[in-house]
Design a protein around this ligand. Structure first.
Ligand SMILES: Nc1nc2c(ncn2[C@@H]2O[C@H](COP(=O)(O)OP(=O)(O)O)[C@@H](O)[C@H]2O)c(=O)[nH]1
Ligand SMILES: [Mg+2]
Length: 325
């Protein structure tokens, strides 16, 4: 299919074209990349109008179940929802725990929903880039809410937090988790915290977790945007707390827009992204330079052996790269 047709289809919100457009930006071929860039430039005027929501948490906490429940709620009130996954594990497992569609079967059947699993065979950096681009494509196709699901292990949630308007963390009821969250610095980047599986005999534990987390949040330093992080109890399985989450999410967005933080955050994210791409590309060019390739192994070895200090090794490599030597 010609890229111009794909563009037209995406803007008309045709799901088949949307899927093709995402496949295009996911492609590794350089010739496809030109088409992908053309597509991204063409759709740019149609982007920026949705709510970008990140959902994170440890495997098994109930992210997919929650997204399905929340997604169905959203379509029931007339919203269009797109779900994308950032799943660094898909590279290893070949299949994706996040893209596990069996958990979103209902939502997948919904005409107003679009679900796309994480591209497999990719580094985290690659997945993050593709997810950002896919997010923009879904926006231009008129999706009101874009949900990015990521597994709560290490760097992937930082990546996702830096591409969304609202970062929501799912926690399990019970002690320990909340403290772990603080240690890893996830609390600092979370705008809303949901304690999932808060039903039946879990309720008491969930309430305890809620107050522990709230106490922990008080200790964190005040945020630049003055938002007070909300902690809610939900049961994704029983569709409980989903509507309340929507209210809080809207409240958060309004808060951010009123204080002019919303635009600032997105602008900062765009500029940060540009720098990130520049960093990556410069590094790629550096490492693929013939003379650098020749020197790299031996230079590393000399640094390791303590024969040259790291600073002068770096300087020599740069000088060679910049053809000063
Ligand atoms: N009891 C209970 N189980 C849940 C709830 N949400 C999810 N689960 C279960 O927890 C397991 C993991 O859910 P899943 O959505 O795949 O978690 P993910 O790995 O975070 O995406 C599944 O067996 C779900 O049925 C909930 O609110 N209550
Ligand atoms: Mg999942």
């Amino acid at each position: 299919m010609h890229v111009d047709n794909i563009i037209k289809g995406v803007i008309k919100s045709n799901k088949r074209h949307l899927a093709k457009a995402i496949t295009l930006v996911e492609s590794k071929s350089l010739s496809k990349r030109e088409d992908a860039d053309k597509l991204l430039n063409s759709i740019l005027p149609y982007t920026g109008n949705s709510i970008r929501l990140g959902i994170s948490g440890v495997p098994g906490v109930g992210k997919s179940t929650f997204i399905e429940s929340f997604g169905k709620f959203l379509t029931s009130i007339g919203k269009k929802v797109a779900v994308l996954a950032v799943d660094p594990s898909s590279k290893i497992s070949g299949g994706s725990i996040l893209g596990d569609k069996t958990r979103m079967q209902e939502l997948a059947k919904d005409h107003a929903a679009f679900i796309r699993p994480s591209p497999s065979d990719e580094s985290l950096g690659g997945v993050a880039r593709k997810t950002r681009e896919s997010m923009l494509i879904c926006e231009s196709a008129g999706y009101d809410i874009i949900i990015v699901e990521t597994v709560g292990v290490g760097q992937s949630e930082i990546e996702v937090a830096s591409m969304v308007d609202c970062f929501t963390l799912l926690q399990l009821p019970g002690a320990g988790d909340e403290l772990q969250g603080i240690k890893k610095g996830i609390m600092e980047i979370s705008d809303i915290i949901l304690i999932n599986k808060a039903e039946g005999e879990n309720i008491h534990k969930a309430q305890l977790a809620k107050s522990q987390i709230e106490n922990a949040l008080h200790i964190l330093k005040a945020r630049d945007d003055n938002w007070m992080v909300k902690v809610l109890l939900v049961s994704a399985l029983n569709n409980e707390g989903v509507e309340r989450f929507w209210e809080v999410l809207l409240h958060f967005i309004t808060h951010m827009k009123n204080g002019n933080f919303f635009r600032l955050k997105r602008k900062k994210q765009s500029v940060d992204w540009m720098w990130k791409l520049l960093d990556e590309e410069l590094m790629r060019i550096f490492k693929s330079d013939e003379r650098i390739k020749e020197m790299l192994v031996s230079t590393e070895e000399e640094v390791r052996a303590g024969h040259i200090n790291p600073a002068s090794a770096a300087k020599t490599l740069l000088d060679v790269f910049l053809k000063k030597k």
